[in-house]
Design a binder for this molecule. Structure first.
Ligand code: HEC
Length: 199
């Protein structure tokens, strides 16, 4: 070994450093994962159980946290039917699979994933443009089954193509959107605003 190489620039020093840093960060990553899983699991404080679709979901400004947070209220069964935890999970999962199968993310964003061509769907259930609470479900079904015929201008002039969604599929998608809107996303998306019906 050449002796005029200082220790801090020797190959072995950097090899050992690389091994140590990688090992320590690997452990940190495992620790973070273990810490995160309970916080993102369904049925936790921030991610309500699927049966939350049986309840009213509000969105209120929280002064302490300085953004809007979902507030779970009294009974408001989706489509007038109280579902068991299993039934609610089956419906929400069906809706989630439809959004994946039809690639809604190609235009929309869901929980931070997707595109920005169309409105963020994370809080779409709470969109005040769906008129009153009572009309909301019917308006959403009508929109999803015929987005061209029910197009609502929100300034960009973009409309959604007809995705060939049946009534049952629309209901499942709406259950998924209602459940997703109940998730405490730390105020995300920050730019969630009222879609201007007048255009
Ligand atoms: C080609 C792009 C595109 C695709 C793919 C698409 N959308 Fe849309 N979507 C739009 C546009 C544009 C709007 C806004 C137009 C409007 O409101 O009339 C919209 C609006 C919506 C809204 C209303 C949003 C709100 O906040 O009120 C919902 C709900 C929605 N889409 C659901 C879906 C679902 C579910 C899928 C997949 C099955 C889907 N979209 C696929 C473009 C798309």
């Amino acid at each position: 070994m050449s002796s005029n190489v200082p220790w801090w620039s020797s190959e072995t020093f950097w090899k050992k450093t690389a091994i140590w840093v990688t090992s320590v960060m690997f452990l940190v990553l495992i620790g973070l994962t273990v810490d995160t899983i309970p916080q993102i699991s369904v049925g936790s404080e921030r991610v309500p159980a699927y049966s939350v679709i049986n309840k009213h979901i509000g969105y209120e400004f929280n002064d302490e946290r300085n953004f809007q947070v979902p507030v779970i209220g009294g009974p408001a069964p989706l489509f007038g039917k109280v579902l068991s935890e299993e039934e609610a999970e089956a419906l929400v999962t069906h809706g989630k699979k439809i959004t994946q199968g039809r690639n809604c993310m190609g235009c929309h964003t869901l929980l931070g994933n997707g595109s920005y061509f169309a409105p963020d769907l994370t809080k779409a259930w709470l969109d005040p443009a769906w008129s009153s609470e009572a009309d909301r479900e019917e308006m959403m079904i009508a929109f999803l089954m015929d987005p061209q015929g029910n197009a609502r201008s929100f300034g960009s002039g973009r409309t959604m193509p007809d995705m060939g969604i049946s009534e049952d599929e629309a209901k499942a998608v709406i259950a998924f959107l209602k459940w997703m809107s109940s998730i405490d996303t730390n105020g995300f998306p920050y730019n969630f605003t009222v879609i201007d019906k007048e255009g």
